[in-house]
Structure formats: C-alpha cells, structure tokens
Design a protein around this ligand. Structure first.
Ligand SMILES: *[C@@H]1O[C@H](CO)[C@@H](O)[C@H](O)[C@H]1NC(C)=O
Ligand SMILES: *[C@@H]1O[C@H](CO)[C@@H](O)[C@H](O)[C@H]1NC(C)=O
Ligand SMILES: *[C@@H]1O[C@H](CO)[C@@H](O)[C@H](O)[C@H]1NC(C)=O
Ligand SMILES: *[C@@H]1O[C@H](CO)[C@@H](O)[C@H](O)[C@H]1NC(C)=O
Ligand SMILES: *[C@@H]1O[C@H](CO)[C@@H](O)[C@H](O)[C@H]1NC(C)=O
Ligand SMILES: *[C@@H]1O[C@H](CO)[C@@H](O)[C@H](O)[C@H]1NC(C)=O
Ligand SMILES: *[C@@H]1O[C@H](CO)[C@@H](O)[C@H](O)[C@H]1NC(C)=O
Ligand SMILES: *[C@@H]1O[C@H](CO)[C@@H](O)[C@H](O)[C@H]1NC(C)=O
Ligand SMILES: *[C@@H]1O[C@H](CO)[C@@H](O)[C@H](O)[C@H]1NC(C)=O
Ligand SMILES: *[C@@H]1O[C@H](CO)[C@@H](O)[C@H](O)[C@H]1NC(C)=O
Ligand SMILES: *[C@@H]1O[C@H](CO)[C@@H](O)[C@H](O)[C@H]1NC(C)=O
Ligand SMILES: *[C@@H]1O[C@H](CO)[C@@H](O)[C@H](O)[C@H]1NC(C)=O
Length: 563
C-alpha cells in the first residue's frame, strides 16, 4: 500500500526534511534535521459550519515530524497568525535545554509576522508525541500534529516491524474559534458541551442521518487486508475523555508517550486529554464492509452528549461496501464503575524491552529509590479571585509571566517570579501569583495529585517523564503508598486524575531548567492551573545546562535587547 493512502487525511507531502550528515558542535552528535512550520489561519467547516482554524504548512492537522533518537532539530516556526505564538512539544524532554520548550515561562512569544528557529536534540527518547500551540487557547483551533521519535536502527523494537504508521488525532471540538472561546472563559462562564469530536480534523461519518447532518467530510483510513499497522492515537482536544475503538478490531497496546508497554489487547480504550498511545491493529477481519473508528465522550450523560462522537472509517482495499448499522458500544460503567481506572492500572511498562538504548527500559529501579520530597497538589473547581473566575493548584492561580524565568535570572531581573509555591494544601484565600516550586536538582520527588473537582483532570510535566505508581478514589494518605506499583509502573508525561480521587507519580528531577507542571485540560490551564518547577544545578559547570541560544527572543523588561 502506498504512503499517500495512509496519510491521505494529512494531505501530505508538501513537507520535507533536509538531513545533513554532519555532526553538530552546538549541542550533540547526531544528524541535523531542518524543517519549517508555517502557522496560519484557514477557513474550514469540519462540523459543517465555516470557522477559522489553525493550519500547519496549509494542513489541518499538521503533518508528522518524524525523527530519530539523537537527531538535532532546527524547527523554523513562522507566525502567520494575528497574535503571539509558541509551539510546544509535550513529552519531548529538551534535555539540558528548556530554551526550546515553547511555553511562556521558558520562551518569549514569537510575535505575529515573525519567525523563530527552535533548536533541540531529541536525546535518549523514542515514541509517540505531538506538538501544539501553547498560548491563548489556540490549540482549540488546531495547530497540532504528530511528533514521532524513532529508534536508531541498531536498537530492536519489541514487536515485528509494522506495515506502516497510521496517525489518528482525536479531540473534542467547538465550532466557535479560539478567540470566542477565550471570551467565554474570560467572562467567567464554562465552555459547555462541545459541538463534536474531530478525527484527523474532520467531522463524523454519517452513520445515522438523524444524528449527523449531511455535507460533513469524514476521515477514511485505507488499509490492506492481512497486515499489521502501528496506529498512533493522540488526544489533542480540550478536556473530554474519549473512548477510542475500531469496530471488530483489537487494539494491541504497545507504547505510550515514549515507553513500551506490556502488550495487551483491548476492544476499546479511554484516552484522556493530552495523552498519546500506540496500538498495533491487525487487518484480520473479512472485508464484507468498512469498519467504524469511534471516539466518544466518556463520563457524561450520553443522551445529551450523543453528538460529541467522532466517527471515521477503516476501509480495506477489498472492502465490499460502506459501514452500516449501530456504532460499536462504549464500555458501560453503570455496573462496572472501576472499568476506566482498572484499565489505566493495566497500562504497565515492559521492563525487559529496550528503550532508546540497548539496555532494558526497566533497568532504572525507581521502586527502590528513596523519596526525597513529597508534593501534595490539591485541585478544586474554579474559584473567584479579584472578581475573575480562576483555576488553582493549592490555592495559587498562575499569572502569565512577562519574561521567561531563566532569561530573567541571566539578566539579574529580580522579582519576576516567586519561589514560594505551596507544596502541601493550604487553607488560605486563593491568590493570583507567579509562584514556582523550588525543586532540588537530583531529587526523587513524589507528587500526589488530589482531584477534589467533580470532573476528570489531566496533568502534564515538561522536561522529564514520571512513573505513575498509584491511582485510586478517595483521599490520598501515607498509607496509600502501600498500594504503589514499585516494579513495572508506566513512565509517561501526562496522567489523568479521576474526580474524587488521586494519582501518585514519582519523578527523578534530573533535567536542569524551568519545567511547566500544568493541567492538560485546556480551559483549566487557561484559567491558571499550572506552575513551574525550578531545577538549577548549584554546581553548574556548563555540562548540565546549555546557555541561551544565539537567536534567543527578548520580551517584557528585556525587550530593549531584541535586535
Ligand atoms: C519516519 O522515519 C522512519 C525512519 O527514517 C521511516 O522508516 C518511516 O517510514 C518514516 N515515517 C513517516 C510517516 O514518514
Ligand atoms: C527566520 O527564517 C529565516 C529563513 O527564512 C532564517 O534565516 C532566520 O534565521 C529565521 N529567524 C530566526 C530568528 O530563527
Ligand atoms: C471568531 O469568532 C467571533 C465570535 O463568533 C467572531 O466575531 C470573529 O469574527 C471570529 N474571528 C474570525 C477571524 O473568524
Ligand atoms: C439514529 O439515532 C436516533 C437518535 O438516537 C435513533 O432514534 C435512531 O434509531 C437511529 N437510527 C438508526 C437507523 O440507527
Ligand atoms: C491480540 O489480538 C490479536 C487478534 O486481533 C491476536 O492475533 C493477538 O495474538 C493478540 N495478542 C495478545 C498479546 O493478546
Ligand atoms: C464477515 O464478518 C462479519 C463480522 O464478524 C460477519 O457478520 C459476516 O458474516 C462475515 N461475512 C463473511 C462473508 O464471512
Ligand atoms: C440525561 O439527560 C436526559 C435529557 O436531559 C435526562 O432525561 C436524563 O435523566 C439524564 N440522565 C442522567 C443519568 O442524568
Ligand atoms: C516485552 O518485550 C520483549 C522484547 O524485549 C518481548 O519479546 C515481549 O514479548 C514483551 N512482553 C510483553 C508482555 O509485552
Ligand atoms: C534509603 O533509605 C533507607 C532508610 O532511610 C536507608 O537505609 C538507605 O540506605 C537509603 N538508600 C539509599 C540508596 O539512599
Ligand atoms: C538582583 O539580585 C541579585 C542577587 O540578589 C543582585 O546581585 C542584583 O544586583 C539584583 N539586580 C537588580 C537589578 O536589582
Ligand atoms: C531553593 O533551593 C535551593 C537548593 O536547591 C536553595 O539553595 C535556595 O535557597 C532555595 N531558594 C528559596 C527561595 O527557597
Ligand atoms: C472535596 O473535599 C471535601 C472535603 O474533604 C469532601 O467532602 C468532598 O467529598 C470532596 N469532593 C470530591 C469530588 O472529591
């Protein structure tokens, strides 16, 4: 089968990488990979209503960035929007180099009509990630695309080489543009029920004429019978958990956010906002008809949320007709309330598989490392601070920084941030502040996320991945440690926290920089549910942290330095 069939939904390939086989003295040995990302508006009608979306090089969603461990990337981002822009790459760890992380605490925004080249090495990582615009709620309009880091050829992967990659980007979607959605949040209102779910930028297949109006384009994935494909699924939406399933096909989970998992078949899988998974899918069914690919809203009143369902089709080359009949059913939690949390607990790492290096990915025995610090972060529903609706972590709602923190340090600009973030719940009045966690370099930190909200929450940490050792309903206490998985917990960068429950993660703080810890629910993030961990090596000798790049952008009190 041809590549263009697999990627038809991305209108590839206007996009090329220029690989120079030179080693790069700047940051690491390994080939250089150059690519341009032109970020611009486009008018499309994914749900039948014309709206302004954000395209990458004219494509919505953007094309995959496809690189190999140790490559040195030069990604030249052209801001063709009418507002500031930063692209971020969650899960891509930016080792020693927060200068290209692409969030406000690490980078000055790229002004409209400007371009700026991100320079970073993808070091000692493999797996499925994605990129998206981090400012101003722009992700609600698009600007995202897959980001794949491949193994070096000499490192085996723990399954037979699949026929091809298939990229599937799912997400809850509003027909209002991101500026309108921002205005809703600014006025203190909630966004309400999304207008639908997009799969690869397109609306649902008309599986039912009452529920899906005519004239909506859907995504079709073309496959050959008798093959195995690696399906990389990314949740690029706003906040709604989506149950992903392919009619009559097993999803063999093999990897999530850079770790190979114990290979397990699922008939459907809950994917939370911001998460990425790889499944192997075998085209082992008869081709009597096409098959539905479904992403439907979870933990909601399904009769009210029926339209919040993404439907694409899996089309065998020898298919004898369109998909018909009802969609494959979602899991029913009425009688099995723990279905989702148990499924999450079943995602464990294959400790014997090689990761980016030849040694087994389980060789770091995280379960026997002593915990040096414990943060307990309490997440509550939005509150009112100075008359505005804001979201908090331990009573602090984050204010937008005016200058990146490390840049402020380097230029002795004092007072742009505080280091007093409460790492335990507090009983004080919620505040709006630029308050960071003063983390300790080479510490081994336990972070407990306690969700006192009534909806599911998702959290992400930049700069290093973490072990998801425990997850349960109720209030976390020290006794909860007895239930931790100390052997084969998955290591990843984004985790869900069930309402009225907690998730415990362990993280080795080994990457110097300022790292964003945030809600991956876009509305909560926008309302201030984030902070940063400051990680400085007190004995910095130029080995654990790179200096600012030659093209560093300046803003705020340092704006005068911009050439
Ligand atoms: C990505 O790169 C790898 C290694 O160079 C190649 O085998 C694969 O076909 C590429 N995938 C895509 C989607 O371009
Ligand atoms: C902007 O793009 C041009 C090439 O089009 C490049 O030479 C220049 O370095 C880029 N600017 C920055 C700041 O990266
Ligand atoms: C965004 O949506 C708002 C509200 O519907 C509308 O007024 C505005 O024109 C839209 N912007 C663009 C560029 O489409
Ligand atoms: C389409 O959906 C409506 C509303 O849920 C339902 O009543 C109807 O039976 C469905 N039609 C078919 C053909 O499944
Ligand atoms: C998963 O299901 C496929 C059939 O779809 C089967 O061939 C395979 O053996 C199963 N693998 C595991 C690990 O259960
Ligand atoms: C093909 O598979 C479907 C689903 O398992 C089954 O209902 C149908 O009878 C099969 N058709 C043929 C021709 O084998
Ligand atoms: C779901 O919404 C429908 C329509 O508003 C309502 O009749 C029903 O009671 C709701 N179901 C639940 C379980 O809340
Ligand atoms: C774990 O990875 C090894 C390759 O190192 C593979 O042979 C094995 O099947 C994998 N086990 C599971 C349970 O996925
Ligand atoms: C961990 O802590 C225990 C008890 O406090 C101590 O005996 C042990 O040496 C520590 N291990 C390491 C690797 O520091
Ligand atoms: C900022 O603080 C540092 C260390 O306390 C001090 O040396 C420096 O003079 C201060 N800079 C300004 C502009 O006040
Ligand atoms: C932050 O932590 C470092 C040690 O990692 C310590 O030297 C410093 O005093 C702390 N700063 C504040 C403001 O607590
Ligand atoms: C939030 O915390 C309060 C006080 O501990 C508790 O009564 C309530 O049940 C919690 N709600 C949720 C959704 O966790």
């Amino acid at each position: 089968m041809s590549m263009s069939m697999v990627f038809s939904t991305f209108s590839l390939f206007s996009f090329f990488f220029h690989i120079a086989l030179l080693s790069n003295l700047c940051f690491g040995a390994g080939p250089r990979v150059h690519t341009d990302l032109h970020v611009s508006y486009q008018t499309l009608s994914p749900l039948g209503v014309p709206q302004r979306v954000i395209a990458i090089n004219g494509n919505f969603p953007g094309q995959p960035i496809n690189v190999t461990t140790n490559d040195n990337l030069y990604v030249n981002v052209f801001n063709e929007l009418d507002e500031d822009l930063l692209i971020t790459w969650p899960g891509v760890q930016m080792k020693r180099n927060a200068w290209s992380d692409g969030v406000l605490g690490t980078n000055c925004p790229i002004p409209p009509k400007w371009n700026w080249t991100y320079k970073f090495q993808v070091k000692d990582q493999i797996g499925s990630f994605y990129y998206f615009p981090s400012l101003n709620f722009q992700k609600a309009s698009g600007g995202f695309g897959p980001f794949v880091i491949n193994n070096r050829d000499i490192i085996p992967i723990p399954f037979a080489q699949p026929e091809n990659d298939i990229f599937i980007m799912i997400g809850d979607w509003y027909t209002q543009n991101h500026t309108a959605l921002r205005a809703t949040l600014d006025s203190g209102k909630a966004l309400g029920i999304p207008d639908g779910v997009l799969i690869n930028g397109k609306g649902p297949y008309q599986y039912n004429a009452t529920l899906v109006p005519g004239g909506i384009q859907h995504t079709q994935i073309d496959v050959e019978p008798g093959k195995t494909y690696r399906v990389r699924v990314h949740h690029v939406g706003i906040s709604t958990t989506l149950n992903f399933r392919i009619q009559n096909h097993n999803l063999l989970l093999v990897e999530t956010e850079g770790r190979y998992t114990i290979q397990t078949n699922y008939s459907n899988f809950d994917i939370h906002a911001g998460q990425s998974y790889s499944f192997l899918v075998s085209t082992d069914q008869n081709a009597s008809a096409d098959y539905y690919i479904v992403a439907s809203a979870r933990f909601v009143n399904e009769s009210l949320w029926q339209k919040v369902t993404g439907v694409a089709v899996l089309h065998y080359k020898n298919s004898m007709g369109p998909a018909t009949g009802p969609l494959p059913p979602p899991p029913d939690d009425t009688y099995y309330k723990d279905f989702s949390i148990n499924q999450a607990r079943s995602v464990r790492q294959n400790t014997s598989a090689s990761g980016p290096r030849p040694n087994p990915q389980g060789s770091y025995k995280y379960g026997s490392v002593n915990i040096t610090d414990t943060y307990v972060l309490n997440i509550v529903p939005p509150v009112t601070i100075n008359g505005s609706t804001r979201a908090t972590i331990n009573g602090v709602s984050f204010r937008k920084p005016v200058v990146p923190f490390r840049l402020a340090d380097k230029h002795n600009i004092n007072g742009t941030y505080k280091l007093d973030f409460p790492i335990k719940p507090v009983n004080t009045t919620p505040v709006l502040d630029i308050s960071l966690i003063n983390a300790t370099f080479r510490a081994f930190v336990e972070i407990v996320l306690q969700n006192n909200d009534t909806t599911i929450q998702n959290f992400h940490l930049d700069g290093q991945s973490f072990y998801v050792v425990g997850m349960n309903y109720g209030i976390w206490s020290e006794k909860s440690r007895g239930s931790y998985n100390k052997w084969d917990a998955i290591s990843r960068c984004t985790t869900q926290v069930y309402p009225g429950g907690w998730t415990a993660i362990l993280v080795a703080i080994d990457n110097v920089g300022y790292w964003n810890l945030r809600s991956e629910n876009l509305d909560r993030w926008y309302l201030g549910q984030e902070t940063y961990m400051k990680v400085i090596n007190p004995e910095e000798n130029g080995r654990t942290e790179l200096g600012p790049p030659a093209n560093v952008l300046y803003c705020g009190p340092l704006h005068y330095l911009q050439k």
